[in-house]
Ligand binder design. Sequence first.
Ligand code: NAD
Length: 239
Amino acid sequence: MAGLTHPNLVVLTGAGLSAESGVPTFRGTYGLWEGHHVEEVASPQAFKAVPEMVHRFYNMRRASLKTVEPNAAHHALVRLEKAWPGSFLHVTQNVDDLNERAGAEKLLHMHGQLKKIRCLNCRNVMHWEEDLDISTVCPECATAGKLRPDIVWFGEVPYHIEEISQALETVDIFVCIGTSGVVYPAAGFARQAASKGAKRLIEINLEATEISSHFTDQRQGTAGEEVPRLVEELLKEVL
Ligand code: NAD
């Protein structure tokens, strides 16, 4: 970026980042699951009314992580993180672990993680790779039936909002990859970045989205092709 040698960079990613790894997006295969809209399964109301069904949905998604690998876009973002001379923050709405498996460290999961669970009794958050059901016993407090996926469901408050807002205060370059721009507050970050003075806002998606008008640079294509290309461009400009 002309004139800046240490620009601050914030990257926001959504389900499109992991689509080429074989993790379905919400607008894709998960749009309807066993005849339900995903919004009806991924909610506190659903967990209260039909916890068995909610556990089944997340057990299936957690187990499917064993069959997928990070793709070229995850790896390129890690290359960017390691080489970037200014501040770098990757905020993901994804609940998979593909960024970590590619080596990401400056990463915030604003919607939680499939491989974490939380106890509604003792409030502990734990790493978890197996199935959960309505009678699973909490390894911390030994109470049965109080464990839930540590996922931010529709209507719940996302994680790390303060830290993300702080990063957006001083962001120079905002990059948004594979998100439909319909789930708030993430959908508002591009506008927030622009209002705080970000000069360059880049969107990568297969198609125009609800928030495309907020970007100075729109790139239509797959994350697997467009992200590595963008990363090389950005690094060439600053290094
Ligand atoms: P979304 O499903 O609403 O939208 C996905 C977006 O990615 C779409 O705009 C689509 O055009 C784009 N896309 C699809 N394939 C792409 C590709 N190969 N390259 C570039 N773009 C591509 O997902 P969202 O905006 O992230 O938001 C919805 C919610 O979905 C989030 O809360 C997230 O937690 C959840 N989710 C996460 C995962 C995951 O962890 N991988 C998967 C499904 C849903």
